[in-house]
Write a protein that binds this ligand. Structure first.
Ligand code: GDP
Ligand code: MN
Length: 400
């Protein structure tokens, strides 16, 4: 699960990471009072930031033609006028794809006087199976580009999860950012706070781009001016407060529906819907469809022990995609009882009045009973003897 910048900063602030004074606004009426409050607090300017689950907002463009999803306003009037251009409008950035995202929340924050922009991230290294804390002096830019062109400008520390991040590691990274004097201690403290956020919230990624050296009352200090946090869904049950940060506006409606039934569904662009148990098999199924010249309409893993209700829900979800021209059910009964799937298929086809070609390949646990259920159901479906056979049949059926 992803959360918004303002929510990420709320979490970071709880772990002692410095962030600017900020107020999220969901409607235009809230913008003027928020801007006035921030200005009254002593900040000479207010930054108005579009909140969407995608980066590159600063350089993004609204479909209306308005430039920039992050704007600095000199007064409350200007903040309101920026807000009018942003709220309810669709912002297209490098990360949103051409469809963009509708901005439904704004973040108003005290605009910091930036002296330097850095990059800081905590992620999981799959090779070492350990958290890695990464910094770069090249903040505010596309980090992928930095990694490609000037990899030496990215400095990493691998963390032993048994002991956590050691203070010397944080100081090393602060020094790598070129910080001097008191700022090394301040930088180390901030980095440790970000690591603690990542560790305690069970994140898959925390990214602060930019982490800034800012000037407040003539004094230099460090502050997180942007924040991206991706949570590990498998650990979300441990964090009630974070679960409440979920914003369904940012998720595809069919994927939300799927998550209600604990189905892993991801919509794709093709015409052949797949219903599969197990993520590995689901990926192999998508590959084999492509191999025989078709295009998968989705990734759908019903899990190892799906029930009849889940199978029915899965059918309804894939049928809501207007691009779907045929369905391939590919089940390997390991834990799964093939007859449960067969019963679910029959119920779903009857309930949805399915007219599209349906190819079913069942194998494994209780397969004979499953095949019998399908055969006796009176439904017109195509059976596949193997994955290759089933894939070829569905590609052919859709092609016709
Ligand atoms: P992103 O483009 O989606 O990554 O959004 P950011 O939150 O990183 O904002 C984009 C850019 O706006 C940053 O890299 C900064 O240069 C600038 N920016 C953001 N907040 C402030 C601020 O408080 N003061 C100033 N001066 N610039 C800011
Ligand atoms: Mn950013």
């Amino acid at each position: 699960m992803n959360i918004h910048e303002y929510q990420a900063k709320q979490l970071l602030a709880q772990y002692g990471v410095a962030v600017s004074v900020e107020i999220p606004c969901k409607s235009l009426e809230e913008v003027r009072p928020a801007a006035e409050k921030i200005l009254a607090g002593g900040s000479p300017k207010v930054v108005v930031k579009s909140q969407i689950h995608a980066g590159g907002r600063g350089k993004g463009t609204f479909k209306s033609g308005f430039q920039g999803g992050v704007k600095i306003a000199a007064n409350a009037d200007e903040a309101v006028s920026f807000a009018q251009q942003m709220l309810g409008n669709v912002l297209v950035t490098k990360q949103t794809g051409p469809d963009g995202r509708k901005v439904q929340t704004l973040l108003l924050a005290a605009a910091a006087k930036i002296k330097k922009e850095f990059y800081l991230a905590v992620l999981l290294d799959r090779v070492t199976s350990r958290p890695v804390v990464m910094v770069s002096t090249e903040g505010g830019m596309d980090i992928e580009e930095v990694a490609e062109k000037t990899p030496e400008k990215i400095v990493k520390e691998t963390i032993d999860p048994a002991v956590g991040m050691m203070p010397y590691q944080a100081r090393k990274l602060a020094a790598a950012l070129g910080l001097k004097g008191d700022l090394i201690a301040a930088g180390a403290k901030l980095i440790l706070g970000v690591y603690k956020t990542a560790w305690e919230c069970d994140t898959a990624l925390v990214e602060i781009n930019p982490l800034c050296l800012v000037e407040v009352d003539g004094k230099e200090t460090l502050m997180a001016l942007d924040g991206k946090i991706s949570l590990d869904d498998n650990a979300l049950y441990r964090h009630k407060n974070i679960q409440e940060m979920r914003d369904l506006n940012e998720e595809a409606p069919l994927e939300i529906e799927a998550s209600k039934f604990s189905l892993n569904y991801i919509k794709l662009d093709g015409s052949i819907a797949c219903l599969v148990n197990g993520a590995g098999l689901a990926m192999a199924t998508m590959d084999i469809i492509q191999h025989f010249g078709g295009n998968p309409a989705n990734f759908l893993d019903v899990g190892g022990g799906a029930t009849k209700e889940q199978v029915t829900a899965a059918f309804k979800i894939i049928l809501q995609d207007p691009n779907v021209k045929g369905i391939l059910v590919n089940i390997f009964g390991g834990i799964m009882d093939c007859n449960v799937i067969a019963t679910g298929i029959v119920a779903a086809v009857k309930e949805t009045g399915l007219k599209l070609p349906l190819v079913v390949r069942l194998e494994g646990n209780n397969v004979a009973a499953g095949k019998k259920t399908l055969a006796e159901s009176g439904l017109t479906l195509i059976t596949g003897d193997s994955m290759a056979d089933a894939a070829q049949k569905v590609v052919k059926a859709v092609g016709n």
